[in-house]
Every structure is written in C-alpha cells, then in structure tokens.
Design a protein around this ligand. Structure first.
Ligand SMILES: *[C@@H]1O[C@H](CO)[C@@H](O)[C@H](O)[C@H]1NC(C)=O
Ligand SMILES: *[C@@H]1O[C@H](CO)[C@@H](O)[C@H](O)[C@H]1NC(C)=O
Ligand SMILES: *[C@@H]1O[C@H](CO)[C@@H](O)[C@H](O)[C@H]1NC(C)=O
Ligand SMILES: *[C@@H]1O[C@H](CO)[C@@H](O)[C@H](O)[C@H]1NC(C)=O
Ligand SMILES: *[C@@H]1O[C@H](CO)[C@@H](O)[C@H](O)[C@H]1NC(C)=O
Ligand SMILES: *[C@@H]1O[C@H](CO)[C@@H](O)[C@H](O)[C@H]1NC(C)=O
Ligand SMILES: *[C@@H]1O[C@H](CO)[C@@H](O)[C@H](O)[C@H]1NC(C)=O
Ligand SMILES: *[C@@H]1O[C@H](CO)[C@@H](O)[C@H](O)[C@H]1NC(C)=O
Ligand SMILES: *[C@@H]1O[C@H](CO)[C@@H](O)[C@H](O)[C@H]1NC(C)=O
Length: 590
C-alpha cells in the first residue's frame, strides 16, 4: 500500500473501497495520543504517500530497478529438507486462481482428493505446501487463508506490487496435517479479499502446490512418537457458505466466537493449534493508546466457557505497515506465513471423551475490531482401544494481572507504560493402551510496553516485549518446554516540520526468538531478528526521495544437527549482502 502512515489494509473489507477512506492511522494515533496532551503534531499530507508519491519513489530508482522484470520479495526462513533417504517429491497443483474482485465474496473452493502417490498418512516423511503468487500494478496488502476440510493450513499477507510486478513464494511444512491430506472427498478453500478499481488495479495470481516426500519402504523409519502427526484434525472454524474467510471475526473485548466439536472416544492427546491475525483498528495494537484499549492483546481459548489457554501473539507487521518501503524486498517476520500457537488440551480430555459436543471459543482481551481467529484440534487416537478414559486433576486460570500507567512530561510529550502477566495451568490424566499418563500444561506469560512521545510531539517510540513460557509436563513422550520472546521497537520521527524540507523517519527492530526442549524431541533454538529503517524526504510537501534499509539475522540450531544461519542486508531494492550456512560448518555465498 502507498501510505507512509502506519495504515495497512490487510483484511480491510466490506465498505472500504476508496483508498481515501483509509483514514491515515498514524495520524489518527498521533491525534488521539496527543489530544491527551492537548496538541497535534503533523498534517496528513506528511504522513501519506499517494500513488503519485510512490511513482516518484519508483522513478528515482536506478535504471536496473525500473526494468519490466518482476521483483522477488521474500521472507527469510530456513529451507525445508526431507529426512535422509526419503523419496519424492510428488508434486500436485492444487489450485491456480486469479484474485481480482474477491472482497466479501465466498472463498474459492475446489474438490480435494489425495494425490495418487499418497497411499497412507504414515508413509509421508515431509509435506510442503507451496504458495506462489505474483501481482503487478497498484494494490494494497491483503490477508489470505488456505483451508482443507475447514482446517486452516496457511495464513499470509500478500506482497504489495510494483509497476513492473512482484512475485513471492512461501514453502510451509504441513507434515503435521498429513491425516487431512490423506482424507478423500474434501474441499480446499482459499480466501484472499482483493479489490479492483481505477487506481488499485493489481490482481493477485496464485498457485498452490503440494509437494510430498515419502519414507522409503525398505528403511521405513517410524516417526518418533514425540513428533508423529495427529491421527485426526477437527476444524474449529466457521463453515461455509461465507462472504469472507473461514476465520471467526472477533470484534471487541467482550465478543466470544465459538463452535461445537466432538472428540472421538479413544483420543489420548489433544492440541489446539490457533491461527490469529489483527486487522483494522487493531492492526497495530501495540501502538494503541488508553482510549484505544491500550496496547495489550491476548487471545484466550475457552472450553465450555472456561479459559484453558492463552495466545500472546507475535506482532506480525504486514507489508503495508509502518512504511511499506521497509518491507521491500525482505518482508517482515511472519508476514508471508503467519505463526501459529499450540494450546495443549490433553489435561482436559477427561471432559471431552464423553461423545458429546463441547464448545470451543475464542476471545481477544481488549480487542477492537477486528481479530481473525480459528483453530485446528489435533487429536491422537489409540489404535488398540475404542475408548480411553481421563480425568482433570487441577485447573487454575487466575485473572490477568497488569495495567496502564501514563504521565505527561509536559504539555505535549508523555509516556504510557503498560504491563500484563498471566499464569494458566492444568493437570489431567488419560488412560489408554499406552498406560495411565498424567499431563500438565502450564503457561507463564509476561508483557511490557512503553509508548513515549518526545521532542515536542515530533517523535514517538514504542518498545514492547512479550515473554511466553509454556511447559507440557508429565509422562508423555510429547513433554516439552517452549519459550517465546518477541521484542519490538518502533521509532517514528522526523525533522524540519513546518519547513519546506522535511524528513520522515521510521525505524523498526523486531525479533522472533524461540527455544524448545523435549526429552524425546531434543532441543532447538531460533533467533530471527530484523533491524530496518526508512527515510522519506519531502520538499514543499512533495515526496522528493526515499531510502530504506534492512538487516536480518536468522540463526537456527537443533540438537539433531539441523542448523541454518542466514545474514542478509538490503538497501532499497538491492540485496547487498546475503550469506547463509546450512551445515554451520561449511559456508555458502550467494
Ligand atoms: C501458475 O501455474 C501456471 C501453469 O503452470 C503458470 O503459467 C503460472 O505462471 C503460474 N503462476 C504463478 C504465480 O506461479
Ligand atoms: C463426498 O461428501 C459429500 C458430502 O458429505 C457426499 O454427498 C458425497 O456423496 C461424498 N462423495 C464420495 C465419493 O464419498
Ligand atoms: C461486541 O461484538 C459483538 C459481536 O459483534 C456484539 O454483539 C456486541 O454488541 C459488541 N459489544 C460491544 C460492547 O460493542
Ligand atoms: C506466575 O508464576 C510465577 C512462578 O510460578 C510467579 O513468580 C508469578 O508471580 C506468577 N504470576 C502471576 C501473574 O500470577
Ligand atoms: C490414572 O491415574 C490417576 C492419577 O494418578 C488416577 O486418579 C486415576 O484413577 C487413574 N485412572 C485409571 C483408569 O487407572
Ligand atoms: C511545540 O509544539 C507546539 C505545537 O505544535 C508549538 O506551538 C510550540 O511552539 C512547540 N514548542 C517548542 C519548544 O518547539
Ligand atoms: C526496550 O526495552 C528493554 C527493556 O527496558 C531494553 O532492554 C531495550 O534495550 C529496549 N530496546 C530498545 C531498542 O531501546
Ligand atoms: C534532518 O536530519 C538530517 C540528518 O539526520 C540532516 O542532514 C538534516 O539537515 C536535518 N534537517 C533539518 C531541517 O533539520
Ligand atoms: C552479518 O554480516 C555482517 C557483514 O559481514 C557482519 O558484520 C555481521 O557480524 C554478521 N552478523 C552475524 C550475526 O553473523
């Protein structure tokens, strides 16, 4: 999208047809923030890049960047490799579609039956879903989702096109969905809410391909119990027909969106995988002021009305967010392939094994319109018994702790500090042919956010940290610990306000840091961090130039020897430095 404010239109739908109706959000933010301090800082003109402004930026690019050739945008992620000795890939094009006027229309659907090379779920050693799309012209960033049999497989935001076109692809490991992939007579649904008018003419062309790899029969290495995919996946989403995605739309802090699910009587493990994305008023929730319900958000998962787990989401910045130039060509962490979050429901199986319907609901604490939330219930079934039994031993989900402090430093400048913390725990037993196993699920979640307005209202700094410790304890082979840390720093500033020569500055530092350890699964750590900035120069209120840069370091290592390190720097559209190591002993240069 082509505004220099933090407004991004991913997920915008319904009435929003005119780009001018995209109320410049940073401006709104500044006005609301500063209205607290009885002042205002900037004019809308200085916070938006019109289509003409972007055309000016594009025209100022070196000739090699103005060629007709498409630019490839990418999200840094580790490449996927099948286990040693696998055969394949067996590749199947699932869908090829052009998304033009698709906003508020039903998802595109197609019949799905397993590719003929897929004989049984147990044969699959790696399944990769490839989303490949291109677009040229002018268009906003858009949200899209892919569902199979109502269960979500992929959610992403689109890249914003350039006049000469852009292309991007995502390769997602979907091995955990093999039971769905092996199920016949199913429906694949893709929703991408795009809009075409006289100005915004970019059509998204997308291909969705499934690549399957198989264990070689002779050496059929059984997947270790700790990582074997679920036997059954029950969608926890809205059913069709719809004029939107299959996600539930949570509109405010009291809204609980729910559906009913039934669990087979012989389940011995249950994990709810939650997909979430924030839109409209809450797209930049981490910048929200007290009158916008503050900057803290969490998705709570409710089972028959009780909170059984919480998701403190990674702040995904879509390709139009903060300043769209920052995310070209290296997009923000998670934007092309949003992260998902697992809530262990095994302790609650005692409640669920009664062959009756149970209500699974989602709420978003402090929500403003809108949050798109749905989930997949992964179930492992006892192959040797038609029933299992279970009981809940303890469940403790005290209220959220925390609050917002604000103070005004002087008439204009000020500071908000918000904190939140929450602990949730549950213990339950499940008796199956594997024995009577007790499982504990415990979450320890901490959040801190500061929002500082300084330099007489001309600068704003957000510094946020989310720390989430999750422990799945007890006797199961799946016992593990997971720690997430999501640091986020945003600086909005500029100088020369009120003069004919102005500079608008944006800086973003964001990290996705994850460590896992399991008795059976081993350990892994990921540090994925971006440092980026953009400067736009205005002369007499016209964009006269822009420069931007990104530095990203992705560092993954696991106790099974897997390793991937990538260090990449771009300036403008040029990738200046790109270095990766897949063996972490040898090196490779691109
Ligand atoms: C989709 O596949 C078709 C047929 O192979 C190809 O012509 C087209 O270029 C592909 N589009 C994208 C975006 O990859
Ligand atoms: C597929 O499912 C639909 C709806 O459940 C049903 O009407 C149809 O008969 C099924 N087809 C096959 C081949 O099983
Ligand atoms: C919250 O959203 C729900 C669902 O749209 C709506 O029914 C309810 O009136 C809203 N509540 C408030 C306080 O706006
Ligand atoms: C959560 O648990 C930790 C350790 O068990 C404790 O230090 C912390 O105070 C608890 N937090 C809340 C909000 O209860
Ligand atoms: C399983 O263990 C729990 C706790 O140790 C116990 O309360 C329960 O009765 C046992 N269930 C069976 C079926 O043995
Ligand atoms: C601060 O900003 C206000 C309003 O924009 C302006 O009237 C005032 O002169 C500024 N103060 C200083 C010290 O620049
Ligand atoms: C954000 O705040 C944390 C904790 O106060 C601090 O350690 C960190 O350096 C800050 N980040 C930036 C970029 O200022
Ligand atoms: C704005 O800052 C840049 C460097 O940070 C400087 O070169 C420029 O002169 C400044 N402009 C004004 C009007 O202060
Ligand atoms: C990334 O590469 C740059 C340039 O060579 C180097 O200065 C930096 O130390 C590297 N960072 C990491 C984490 O490897």
């Amino acid at each position: 999208m082509f505004t220099l404010n933090s407004q991004s239109s991913v997920g915008h739908n319904r009435a929003r047809t005119m780009p001018t109706s995209s109320a410049p959000r940073l401006l709104f933010l500044c006005f609301t923030l500063l209205s607290h301090f009885h002042s205002s800082v900037a004019t809308p003109r200085h916070l938006r890049l019109s289509v003409q402004d972007i055309a000016t930026v594009e025209a100022a690019q070196p000739a090699r960047h103005r060629a007709k050739a498409k630019t490839t945008f990418f999200e840094v992620d580790r490449p996927l490799h099948p286990p040693r000795g696998s055969s394949g890939p067996c590749s199947t094009l699932l869908l090829s579609h052009s998304f033009a006027l698709t906003l508020t229309k039903p998802p595109v659907t197609t019949a799905y039956s397993p590719p003929s090379c897929l004989r049984g779920a147990g044969d699959v050693s790696l399944a990769v879903l490839e989303w490949r799309a291109d677009c040229h012209g002018v268009q906003y960033d858009r949200i899209f989702g892919v569902w199979l049999g109502g269960a979500e497989l992929l959610r992403g935001s689109t890249a914003e096109p350039r006049p000469g076109g852009v292309t991007w692809s995502v390769h997602k490991d979907v091995t955990k969905y093999t039971s769905l992939l092996a199920t016949g007579n199913s429906t694949l649904a893709v929703y991408l809410g795009n809009l075409i008018d006289d100005t915004y003419n970019g059509i998204y062309y997308a291909n969705l391909t499934l690549h399957l790899y198989f264990h070689r029969k002779a050496q059929s290495a059984p997947t270790p119990a700790a990582s074997a995919p679920a036997d059954l996946i029950v969608p926890v989403s809205r059913s069709q027909p719809l004029d939107d995605g299959l996600w539930f739309v949570v509109q405010n802090g009291t809204d609980v969106e729910s559906t009913r699910v039934t669990v087979p009587a012989n389940a011995y493990r249950a994990v709810l995988e939650v997909y979430v994305s924030s839109h409209y008023s809450d797209e930049f929730w981490y910048m929200n002021t007290p009158d916008q319900n503050g900057p803290f958000r969490e998705v709570t998962v409710q089972l028959d009305g009780d909170v059984v787990g919480a998701v403190w989401p990674f702040p995904v910045i879509y390709t139009g967010g903060i300043n769209p130039l920052i995310w070209r060509p290296i997009t923000s962490i998670g934007s092309f392939n949003l992260p998902t979050y697992d809530i262990e429901l095994t302790p609650f199986l005692g409640k669920l094994l009664d062959n009756k319907e149970h209500e699974v609901g989602f709420a978003v604490t402090n929500a403003q319109n809108s949050w798109y939330v749905n989930a997949n219930l992964h179930l492992w079934l006892d192959p040797k018994a038609s029933t299992t039994a279970g009981g809940l031993i303890s469940h403790d989900a005290p209220k959220l702790a925390g609050g917002i402090n604000s103070h005004s430093l002087d008439g204009i400048d000020g500071e908000y500090r918000a904190t939140a913390s929450r602990n949730i725990s549950a213990t339950g037993w499940v008796s199956s042919s594997r024995g009577n196993i007790t499982t504990t699920f415990a979450q320890r979640l901490n959040f801190a956010n500061t929002n500082v307005v300084s330099k007489n209202g001309s600068e704003q700094t957000i510094n946020q940290t989310i720390d989430a410790h999750t422990e799945v304890g007890g006797g199961g082979a799946y016992a593990h610990q997971l720690h997430h840390s999501f640091p986020l720093y945003i600086f909005l500033g500029g100088n020369g306000s009120g003069t004919s020569s102005q500079r608008l500055m944006r800086k973003v530092q964001i990290g996705f840091v994850e460590s896992r350890s399991g008795a059976v699964a081993g350990t892994s750590t990921l540090r994925n961090e971006q440092v980026a900035e953009a400067v736009v120069v205005l002369r007499d209120d016209q964009v006269a130039g822009a420069s931007w840069r990104m530095h990203q370091v992705y560092n993954y290592g696991a106790s099974n020897g897997a390793c991937y390190v990538r260090n990449v720097t771009s300036v403008g559209y040029d990738v200046l430095f790109d270095h990766d190591e897949a063996s972490c002993g040898g090196t490779a240069r691109r």
